[in-house]
Design a protein around this ligand. Sequence first.
Ligand code: C2E
Ligand code: MG
Ligand code: MG
Ligand code: MG
Length: 281
Amino acid sequence: EAKAAGRQTHVFFSPALRETRERRHRLAEALRTAIAADALSIAFQPIVAAGSSNHRGFEALARWTLDGQPISPAEFIPLAEETGLAVPLGKVLMARALRLAVRLAATGIDPGTISVNVSAAQLREPDFAATVAAMLAEHGLPPERLEIEVTETVIFGRSAERIALTLRELRKLGIRIALDDFGTGYASLAHLKRIQVDRLKIDQSFMRDVETDAEDAVIVRAVIGLAKALGMDVVAEGIETHEQLAFLRRHGCDLAQGYLFGRPTTSETDLVSYLNAAEHE
Ligand code: C2E
Ligand code: MG
Ligand code: MG
Ligand code: MG
């Protein structure tokens, strides 16, 4: 027992772990400052119709650069969630995404549906739907143009009832809901019936080897079928090859997203040229 405790103490004070904790603390402070200074940005990545590759919308993805170094959202989003920054961060990111959408629309080309990722803490705020409605009005964007992406873990985790209520409020406003990273969390089919979502996003981990891995192929086909049967549309994420796209077309997937169609970019010049070149539907 003493040995086990000793080992634990050793692990707890290991230099590597302390470094990690110090980095996290530094990052959290820097993130707080960046939020207050509105210093984060939004990249847009195209979502296209799988059948035609025509443009349908953009997913808004958070970007943050600290001292010239890009920090991955896979690092700073969880950090924000653990340090009570998810709500203020979400607010500046939503505002950025709407502003970018408005600026693109001002060039005369419809940017389509804008999909914004949100954290559980945002959906737990009782005034979230009202806040989003006010932001849409301020930017002159119709609610139908906004889609909120939530992960399964968010919907079925802590405060599931409050979150379900917020999602219903958002839908009542005309805002669409997408279930992100579908298949990686713990959504059961019964839950899917209970909460109303407009779209399923098949996680990119199922797409990576879809042409060679028979099980992945079965899962992707099943999710496409499930979405159709429940009247939702379905997006496959992480599409990088023509072979993956051909698979989606063969199996009637509605929408696709991935480097094959466009990488996420913060460059408005690039987004405008993409929109100019794209077919729309
Ligand atoms: P997500 O919402 O599932 O976003 C898709 C991720 O896949 C993005 O990573 C995107 O850059 C990446 N991706 C897109 N196409 C491809 C492809 O063809 N191949 C590969 N390998 N990757 C591709 P990113 O931007 O690093 O974001 C990671 C995650 O961080 C997101 O996953 C989302 O869960 C979260 N996130 C990003 N922005 C926000 C935000 O504004 N708010 C919240 N709450 N979460 C965010
Ligand atoms: Mg997403
Ligand atoms: Mg996803
Ligand atoms: Mg993801």
